[in-house]
Ligand binder design. Structure first.
Ligand code: SF4
Length: 414
């Protein structure tokens, strides 16, 4: 048996060899991404941070146009810190997981106002910023500063689990995978992190990994055992509860839709939505749904339902639509998901009178205020819906009501 010092040395040599091969592969095959600087150029921490927050739970394809839009609107952290939260939420609309947008804005204010516009230099200090968890901190510090950090996103976890044939189920395996990856991180920590992401995205894919093209093929333990597609072992899927409710889309003569601002805390905080009834186990009957409507009108139920998956539950919505000649003076709106209370018309927030020609509350075009806090309402022209903070599920509801065949938002990319 070889002495321990010799075993350690050969393991270190092996790790160096793995790292070298991966970096050599990356130097040839690195992806061109909007937030990735050309080879040899030092990355801008603001851009790296912005892209990493957007990439949390979101694909590279979905993020590209949003990243470019944010950079055009707010080219540096001070500009973003000076933006209105409503404008940040509106620019984020459609990207999902909206707490990220609020954390993004909060972090920009901290960095701009309390750190002289400079992001912290280490993963540990980055973690103190809102919305920056272990992976994001590691990725930013590795890519922006070459700090020797393992940036373990789902791609990296998959590759490392296969390389070492780790059969511990996720998420329990995370600590082990992080330790194995940390041992590989070289001086070129940023390139290594991005190489691992690229390898997981292009070669070591969830299904049918292209092992013959992989720089680690000769060392991959999972491949040697033929179990690569079985790893990483996933935790059993949680059954998410189903909630159901009704939504009310009112359209005026000018083509504007009534929207309400959600509460500042909780699910989809501060975003806009058409008035909604409570979310419960079953759909309300038509008679009951009409009692939940924001005002009296000829509400017609659209055929079909809208489905949307949130992290912890599934939502199904029946959509009622009404065309109105004038803006109703009294608008009542319940916000079921914000407080869990059942609130129907007459029990909800009292409305106030429409004030024609009143000034917009922010810089967004063609947005007319009709009621102030709580649950501020606006009539937003359909042409401007993509410019306001309307989350994906609410976009689906409006699309369904207006029967636009998915064209209202998808034809005009942000
Ligand atoms: S050899 Fe195959 S399974 Fe192993 S790391 Fe490479 S692509 Fe993944």
């Amino acid at each position: 048996m070889p002495p321990i010092s010799q075993t350690k040395k050969s393991s270190k040599t092996k790790q160096c060899d793995l790292t070298k091969r991966l970096l050599a592969w990356y130097d040839i095959h690195r992806r061109v991404l909007p937030w990735r600087d050309p080879k040899g150029k030092r990355a801008d921490p603001y851009r790296i941070w912005l892209s990493e927050i957007m990439l949390q739970q979101t694909t590279v394809q979905a993020v590209g146009s949003y990243y470019r839009k944010f950079l055009a609107l707010w080219p540096d952290v001070k500009a973003l810190a000076g933006a209105k939260q409503d404008d940040v939420l509106a620019a984020w609309a459609g990207l999902g997981y909206y707490a990220r947008a609020r954390n993004l804005h909060a972090t920009a204010k901290i960095v701009a106002n309390e750190m002289s516009g400079k992001f912290p230099l280490t993963a540990q200090s980055l973690r103190a910023l809102p919305g920056v968890g272990g992976y994001t901190a590691g990725a930013i510090s590795a890519i922006a500063y070459d700090e020797k950090q393992a940036a373990m996103d789902a791609n990296a976890e998959r590759v490392i689990a296969r390389l070492y044939a780790v059969e511990t189920p996720m998420p329990k395996a995370k600590v082990e995978l992080h330790a194995l990856c940390s041992a590989l991180v070289p001086e070129r920590a940023g390139d290594f992190a991005q190489a691992l992401m690229d390898l997981g995205s292009a070669i070591c894919t969830s299904r049918r990994p292209a092992c013959p093209n992989c720089p680690w093929m000769s060392d991959c333990k999972a491949r040697k055992r033929g179990i690569q597609e079985l790893l990483p072992v996933k935790a059993p899927k949680m059954v998410r509860p189903l909630r159901r409710g009704a939504a009310f889309v009112a359209l005026d003569k000018s083509g504007a839709v009534l929207l309400v601002k959600r509460p500042e805390k909780g699910l989809l905080a501060s975003m806009l939505e058409p008035p909604l009834g409570p979310w419960e186990e079953n759909f309300p009957s038509s008679a009951r749904a009409l009692k939940q409507a924001p005002f009296d009108a000829t509400w017609k139920k659209r055929p079909g339902i809208v489905r949307h998956g949130f992290t912890h539950f599934e939502l199904e919505i029946e959509v009622y639509m009404a065309e109105v000649a004038n803006h109703p003076k009294l608008i009542c709106h319940s916000q079921p998901s914000a407080c869990g209370k059942r609130s129907t018309r007459g029990e909800g927030n009292p409305g106030v009178k429409h004030r024609p020609g009143s000034k917009d509350l922010d810089s967004l075009p063609s947005v007319r205020e009709t009621r102030a806090s709580p649950g501020m309402t606006r009539w937003v022209n359909t042409d401007d819906l993509r410019k306001v903070a309307l989350p994906t599920v609410m976009r689906k509801i409006v699309e369904h009501a207006l029967d636009t065949g998915g064209l209202l938002f998808s034809l005009r990319k942000p």
